[in-house]
Every structure is written in C-alpha cells, then in structure tokens.
Design a protein around this ligand. Structure first.
Ligand code: GLP
Length: 259
C-alpha cells in the first residue's frame, strides 16, 4: 500500500515532498528526477528552493508534452518546466529532457522509444513527482491507457482539454489534441513515486486511485502496483478516502527509524 500523508495545507504538502527530494539529492547529487507540470507540484519547487541545495547536476525527465506547439511556446511543458522548475531550482536546462522535443509529424512515432532509451541511459528515474488529473490521469495517460504502456503519443480527453484551457486564455480549441506522455509502465519503473493532490476537485480521483480497483479506466490506480509510493493530500483532496483515519494514525505514530 502506498503511504498516504494528509497534510493541513498545500505548503505543508510541498515541504514534505521537498524533504524526500532533498534527502535523495544530498545522497546522490546527480539524481534523476521525474518532473511533473501543472499547478500541484509548484509548492514542491517553492519549498525546495529554500533548502540551499546544489541541484546543478540533477538530471530531469518530464512526464509529458503537448504535440504541435511551436518551439519556445510559453504554454509548452518545456517552457513551463524551464520557468517553474529549472530556473527556480538552479538546475542545468541541458540536463532536463522532455518527450517528443524537437520532433514533428511522422518523426513523433519514434519519440517514445528515444525517450525510453534516454531514461535507461541515465540509469532510470530515482523519484517521480506526480499530480493527478480529474479523469484520474497521471502524466497524460487518460482512461483506457494500458497499465503496461510506454512513452507514446496520446489523444487528450475533452475534460482534460477543458481543465487545461486556463493556460490557453480559456480557449479550449487552442489546447492541443495530442501529447507525448510517459506510459504507465514507464512511470512504474521509477524507483520511488510521490503523488500529490490538493483541493476537493481531486478527491474522487484520489480515492479511486488509492483505494479503488486497479484498472486502466483509472490510470492513477496503477500506483498500487508500485512498492514505494508516497501520496500527499490536503484535507480537501483526502475527503473521500475511506481509510483516512488509519493513514493519519499510521503517520502520527510512525517509528522514528522509518522517517
Ligand atoms: C496535466 C498534466 C498532469 C497533471 C494534471 C493536473 O494534465 N499533464 O501531469 O498532473 O494536469 O494538473 P494540476 O496539478 O494543475 O491540477
């Protein structure tokens, strides 16, 4: 089972995830991080930036990217990660990869294999940060994604495009229809997963992911197959967890040697 920690607010959640990354990087200055975009992980980068860590050797692999945005488009995940993660943390942008980058048209068919090879060459992802979409997606693995899927081109659902229209001046038609995303199998290969969820809008998806059946209809439920998962949720996102009391008790009484 995943370790579920219910935190009082977003800042506390960000700080807890930053603790996990800090411990990793102090041990391994060239650690490989799996980077997520979206508003959820912002609290992590904010917290991590205050820790006085040298992150210049840390390598990063983004979870996903839109297809079809021009190079340098500020709404691309490459630009978002450069601005919100790399710049904030003082990472080296050359050490951060984004799937499908620089590829278009038919060449995108090879994007997945190339990305998988790059991750393997880096020695695999040490810690993968994950948010969760309202459809239960992680990365851009929408419902129906194979639990064994690898990095590939996917089509976004209408719900996800509507949710992400806020980054496109509210214009849902401007949100790309396609993306390149790490697969669920790719994500499972990371040595540790840290999934964060904040706000009531995520409560149903989080409960289904953590406590529901493992099914491609709820892609985030695949985390139940991973042996080392930390789930961090605020009270609102945790609102539908059946075993919330148990999670609180387990966290409050965790042995000192386990923290
Ligand atoms: C996007 C990203 C996901 C992210 C999700 C939730 O669709 N591809 O990686 O987890 O949105 O975003 P937010 O954290 O802004 O709610």
């Amino acid at each position: 089972m995943a370790e579920v920690v219910i935190v009082p607010d977003v800042a506390a959640g960000g700080a807890l995830a930053a603790d996990a990354i800090e411990a990793l990087v102090r041990d391994r200055p060239d650690a490989v991080l799996g980077l997520a975009t979206g508003s959820t992980p912002l609290a992590i980068w904010r917290a991590l930036a205050t820790r006085g860590l040298d992150l210049r050797r840390v390598r990063g692999f983004a979870l996903d990217e839109y297809v079809g945005l021009p190079d340098g488009d500020p709404r691309s995940y490459r630009a978002t990660i450069d601005a919100e993660v790399v710049a904030v943390l003082g990472m080296d942008p050359a050490l951060v990869r984004v799937p499908g980058e620089g590829l278009a048209g038919a060449a995108l068919a090879g994007a997945g294999a190339a990305y998988e090879a790059a991750i393997a060459e880096a020695g695999g992802v040490d810690l993968q940060v994950l948010g969760i979409g309202r459809t239960g997606h992680i990365g851009f693995n929408e419902p129906g994604s194979s639990l064994a899927s690898r990095t590939r081109v996917k089509t976004l659902t209408a719900v996800t495009r509507r949710d992400n229209a806020r980054f496109f001046d509210g214009d849902v038609d401007a949100v790309p229809l396609h993306c390149v995303t790490q697969g669920l199998g790719t994500i499972l290969d990371a040595r540790r997963l840290v999934l964060l969820a904040f706000g009531e809008a995520k409560a149903a998806a989080l409960a289904a992911a953590v406590e529901g059946p493992v099914t491609a209809s709820m892609p985030a439920s695949v985390i139940q197959l991973h042996p080392d998962v930390l789930v961090i949720a605020d009270e609102a996102a945790a609102g539908r967890l059946r075993f919330a009391d148990y999670y609180r008790e387990a966290w409050a009484s965790r042995p000192e040697w386990a923290s």
